[in-house]
Design a protein around this ligand. Sequence first.
Ligand code: DAH
Length: 354
Amino acid sequence: MIEDIKKEALELIRSAKDSAAVERLRIRFLGRKGEISKILRSLKDLSVKERQTVGPVAQQLKKDIERLIQEKTAVFSKSIQQGLPGIDITMPGKKIKIGYLHPLTLIEKEIRGIFKAMNFSVVEGPEVETEYYNFDALNIPKNHPARDMWDTFWLQNSQQLTSDKEQLTKGQESKVKGQMLLRTHTSPVQIRYMETHKPPFQIIVPGRVFRYEATDASHEINFYQIEGLMVGKTVTLANFKFVIQEFFKRLFRSDIEIRFRPSYFPFVEPGLEVDIRCIKCGGRGCGICKDSGWLEVMGAGMVHPRVFEAAHYNPRDFQGFAFGLGLERMAMIKYNIPDIRLFYSGDLRFIQQF
Ligand code: DAH
């Protein structure tokens, strides 16, 4: 019988949910009319022999129950001290929600990592740019029709930003002449970097760019690019082909077929566009590649001599390749995202998928 009481008492005390429940159990077992007290009191009616066997067992049980009640009370009073009344701290904890990295952050990190492993340095430049760096120095003079390729956000009062003309040397003045703007591409950083560095070097330039355009599934007024530039005495398009092939191989973790198509950008000659075999259909033709089997992924070419001249290099001394790719486009291909506007929607259901 003592065994039964013991089992029941220990079980009930262990599963008590708050200090009131513990107190009720204390009274039930150890109170004046409690079950254990009754047994102890009834010892006197037993024979000496019986008393010798039952006595110590009942005493031990009393001690066990007292200890357990004490422990349980301590648990509850601790949680009360911490301002958590009645909370059983032995319960499993609640999962803490941690944030997610935006898919653009993820892909930029990955691309940085790939180029760093190929010995490229990561360089950044300003988002508010001068007309000189964004256009003129890149062989896009004011009345050149190529300026139509970049719909620009021009900044008002830009002359004030670049006043204090007296303090500028002639050379500096020409760079701030003209209006300020939000850069339409990351290419101006090519000039900024070359002005202060000597070849050989290889860099990538991740950054935010802006276009004054209507938005749709593949256009945003604000997006991200990664520019690449490698210059040396003997850098060729063959080097570019290897670097870019390796880049896609690592980004998509498989051998991706690429092709070059002739194209035009004022700051390269020859200029080209790089396509990759459609990731989705493998080239058979599908909605993603508009049945062409290829996906356009970047512009590139050999740096134009005028660009080297703008950076005060002698074009006879150096040559190199440049490229520019859209980060959203890469992420859309890699993660199968159908609409560029999703990146900027702020919808957590979108972000939580990555
Ligand atoms: N800046 C170009 C754009 O935004 C992309 C580009 C094309 C960059 C060719 C380059 C290049 O460096 O060589 O459309």
